[in-house]
Ligand binder design. Structure first.
Ligand code: PEP
Length: 255
């Protein structure tokens, strides 16, 4: 297993936080703190903050992502935003299938797949989230579920397109709860995701795919989590809203 074959990506997921003016202030605070990063640094922000985020991050190593994308290019889908719209705004990444969208907004493995295809066809990089609930873990379904979710999300995604896919393993019980998976659990979960990719695309391809861990990653635990061979970065919620904490995670990824 060769970690050097893949990009390490630290991505913030701001969820429903920050107004445009707060976005400008936070990115201005972050820029000098992450400028020497030896990994990719991404901030996924609410739709209304995208313009401010793109403007504030200009000339820096911070890339901007959205938190969702619709699967059609245009049409009668009130309240939705397409990949083409995001791309034209300067967005490079998009989070797809976050557990909060699966839990509160009826996102399914099928819609996650459609959104992933739309993002890729629209020239965006997809950060696709998978993860088990506590109940599923306790019933012993973690491996089966992670492999199923990963394969479903990647249905009809070509090996070429996979170069623009990041999978984020996010155990649902660890998101926003302050309960972090142990480094061993994170490594194991990420390993299940990588095996699923290997089963479809082969070992050589699987070794090149960035698999992040997400779930209460913070300035204190990032070092240990990111040291694991299968953990190629993090998707960070709460700690990405604090410049200092986020930059400590970015520095942990540099090691
Ligand atoms: C997330 O929103 O993807 C996440 C992992 O949140 P938190 O870091 O707050 O658990």
């Amino acid at each position: 297993m060769n970690k050097a074959k893949r990009r390490t990506v630290i991505a913030g997921n701001w969820k429903m936080n920050k107004t445009p003016s707060e976005t400008t202030a936070l990115i201005n605070e972050m820029k000098p703190l992450v400028k020497d990063a030896d990994c990719d640094v991404v901030l996924c922000v609410p739709f209304v903050d995208i313009a401010a985020a793109i403007e504030a991050s200009k000339g820096s190593n911070i890339r901007i992502g959205a938190e969702n994308v619709h699967f059609k290019e245009s049409g009668a889908y009130t309240g939705e935003v397409s990949a083409k719209m995001l791309k034209e705004c300067g967005v490079e990444y998009v989070v797809i299938g976050h557990s909060e969208r699966r839990q509160y907004f009826g996102e399914t493995d099928q819609t996650v797949n459609l959104r992933t295809l739309a993002a890729l066809n629209g020239g965006l990089k997809a950060i696709v989230c998978v993860g088990e609930t506590l109940e599923q873990r306790e019933l012993g379904y973690t491996e089966t579920l992670l492999k199923y979710q990963t394969k479903m999300a990647l249905t009809n995604v070509t090996a070429e397109q996979l170069k623009n896919v990041i999978i984020a393993y996010e155990p649902v019980w660890a998101i926003g709860t302050g309960v972090t998976a142990t480094a061993e659990q994170a490594d194991e979960g990420n390993g299940f995701v990588r095996s699923a990719i290997e089963e479809v695309y082969g070992k050589d391809v699987a070794e090149t795919v960035t698999v992040q861990y997400g779930g209460s990653m913070n300035a204190k635990n990032a070092d240990e989590l990111l040291s694991k061979v299968n953990v190629d970065g993090g998707l960070i919620g709460g700690a990405s809203l604090k410049a200092e904490d986020f930059s400590i995670i970015v520095k942990a990824a540099n090691k």
